[in-house]
Design a protein around this ligand. Structure first.
Ligand SMILES: C[S@@+](CC[C@H](N)C(=O)[O-])C[C@H]1O[C@@H](n2cnc3c(N)ncnc32)[C@H](O)[C@@H]1O
Length: 298
């Protein structure tokens, strides 16, 4: 019998009111973000849609991909707001059409927002949390709402500006989040030299990316250095570390192995798996990302 196999779990986010995966199939997904129904490309949807063609035709806009990776444009079929806000629990998150298929949130991540909040829990001293590759900051908002002091880092000025709008929409105190425009790996290495430690680290590195000075991020080449550097800035009383990865070949076992190697000797448990969306009918799961997370045992 096999022993010591890691725990692999599929996570879904069932508490959304303002978001629904209505259907998926034929390489696309039909989703509702608040009052706005949209179609976006989805490579994983290798099956047939369940809803009628009429349901799909009712979408307000569709993102049409181009041959270029992540390229494409929105085609609007109905009048849609330029920007709008969705709610998740006490969070308010601003959505916007950009020149990519992304709207500002990854709704499948709500289960991780909840997990981070539950791990931060209630404590007298605010936890120091670092969010790398933070994008528009939904998880930074969740951590800050739970009382943490968050350092939110991204290489894009536009993403940081958007995250600041989310901070304001969530009515979180200004001093709860520190904003850093920098390269993720360089910043962590600098923090290690400065002896600056964090009790929680969140990272959602892309497949490819660039730091503000053109530093190249390439998942398979850069991740091993980053996860080790993250270990060196975890405080002695650290509570958690969460890695999510999209659009890469690696399975959750790969990410889990890297996390357990980097955190060897730390007391706690590691869970790895996939973050999924469940369609409205409650049946089919659509896998969106892999994750691995460590939590100190109480
Ligand atoms: C949204 S996350 C990735 C989300 C999801 N994993 C995906 O691939 O779609 C990507 C964020 O990382 C940022 N980023 C890319 N390269 C970076 C780097 N070298 N240092 C810091 N942030 C970076 C981007 O600006 C973006 O906001």
């Amino acid at each position: 019998m096999e022993e010591n196999l890691p725990i692999v779990e599929l996570l879904t986010s069932s508490d959304w009111i303002d978001y629904e995966l209505l259907d998926s199939g034929n390489g696309r997904k039909l989703e509702r973000f608040g009052p706005v129904t949209l179609i976006r490309p989805e490579a994983e949807a290798v099956w047939l849609p369940k809803s009628s063609a009429q349901d799909w035709r009712g979408a307000s806009a569709e993102f049409i991909p181009s041959a270029e990776e992540n390229g494409g444009h929105w085609v609007f079929k109905k009048k849609v707001p330029e920007r709008w806000t969705v709610r998740y629990r006490d969070l308010r998150l601003v959505l916007n059409f950009s020149n990519s298929k992304q709207l500002g949130i990854f709704p499948e991540q709500a289960c991780q927002w909840d997990w981070v909040r539950s791990v931060i829990g209630e404590r007298d001293e605010p936890l120091r949390v670092l969010n790398l590759f933070g994008y528009t900051g939904a998880i930074s908002m969740a951590a800050a709402a739970a009382g943490a002091r968050v350092t939110h880092l991204d290489a894009s000025k536009k993403a940081i500006q958007w995250a600041k709008e989310n901070r304001a929409a969530c009515k979180l105190p200004e001093d709860r989040i520190r904003w850093i425009l920098d390269d993720g790996l360089k910043f962590v290495q600098r923090e290690a030299r400065r002896g600056s430690f964090y009790q929680g680290i969140i990272l959602d590195p892309p497949k490819f990316g660039r730091g503000p000075k053109g530093e190249v991020w390439e998942f398979y080449r850069s991740f091993p250095d980053l996860i080790r550097a993250c270990r060196s800035i975890l405080a002695e009383d650290a509570k958690f570390l969460l890695v999510t990865a999209y659009a890469i070949k690696a399975s959750s076992v790969t990410i889990g192995n890297a996390v357990s190697e980097a955190l060897l000797g730390l007391n706690g448990s590691i869970q790895s798996g996939e973050v999924c969306l469940r369609d409205r009918s409650g049946g089919r799961l659509l896998s969106m990302a892999v994750y691995s997370r460590w939590k100190r045992e109480a």
